[in-house]
Write a protein that binds this ligand. Structure first.
Ligand code: ADP
Ligand code: AMP
Length: 220
């Protein structure tokens, strides 16, 4: 399956993606995680991306699209992938279409996670991620690690993302509404959008997501 996850920052995309990727045996491709890995390895791409990320802006398409494409071309993504955080504007969605068309591939679904703003603000304020692997995500009250400050998965140190500060979050939510939300209409026009309420426990949301992704009776 080829799935795109959309939803505001803090909606729970990465949290659901970790489960879905395992369950569907497809790689979880998060452009945010790819940028953070570049930042911790201090690559040129990481240095460039950090200045945009810390300001709550999108990293320019010229670098983002190439990075996403390189990752999607890896052998583990041959039979499907779960995109998290990409595409994030209409021109990235068009670039993804071109790439898929050139390989005679198509998307199966665009999963839109809906969460009210007050809830995403709470989720982001308490989010803690692992220094070794930013796809290991916790929350100080909703999803506590067994040992405070330590990643359950790999023992790495947990920390608060620089761009999870109150001020940057406001900007990121604004960028989401103006630049990312239009891709929902773009995909709605092709009947690809499945909207799921992401309010409730992580497990409740996972159940709704799995239900929403089940094929219809006519196999679609
Ligand atoms: P996104 O990838 O959409 O930015 P994350 O998956 O990182 O969001 O989740 C944001 C924060 O909210 C994390 O701290 C995560 O542990 C927490 N979280 C995710 N899903 C839920 C949920 N259903 N209920 C409460 N907290 C959640
Ligand atoms: P995320 O981890 O998805 O919350 O992304 C963190 C930050 O990385 C965003 O606020 C952007 O600055 C940058 N980023 C991630 N994905 C993209 C993308 N597809 N296009 C542009 N910037 C991105």
């Amino acid at each position: 399956m080829r799935i795109v996850l959309v939803g505001p920052p803090g909606a729970g995309k990465g949290t659901q993606a970790a489960f879905l990727a395992k369950n569907l045996s497809i790689p979880h491709i998060s452009t945010g995680d790819l940028f953070r890995a570049n930042i911790s390895q201090q690559t040129e791409l990481g240095k460039l991306a950090k200045s945009y990320m810390d300001a709550g802006n999108l990293v320019p398409d010229e670098v983002t699209i190439g990075m996403a494409k390189d990752r999607m071309e890896k052998p583990d993504a041959e039979n499907g992938f779960l995109l998290d955080g990409f595409p994030r504007n209409v021109s990235q969605a068009e670039a993804l279409d071109e790439m898929l068309q050139s390989e005679s591939m198509k998307l199966d679904a665009v999963l839109d996670l809906e969460v009210p703003k007050e809830e995403v603000v709470k989720r982001i304020a308490g989010r803690r991620i692992c220094r070794r692997d930013s796809s290991h995500v916790f929350h100080v009250t909703y999803s506590q690690p067994k040992k405070e400050g330590v990643c359950d998965v790999c023992g790495g140190e947990l920390y608060q993302r620089d761009d999870d500060s109150q001020e940057t979050v406001r900007k990121r939510l604004d960028v989401y509404h103006t630049q990312t939300e239009p891709i929902i209409d773009y995909y709605k026009a092709r009947g690809l959008v499945v909207t799921v309420s992401a309010v409730g426990t992580v497990e409740d949301v996972t159940t709704c997501v799995m239900e929403a992704l089940k094929p219809d009776e006519d196999g679609k």
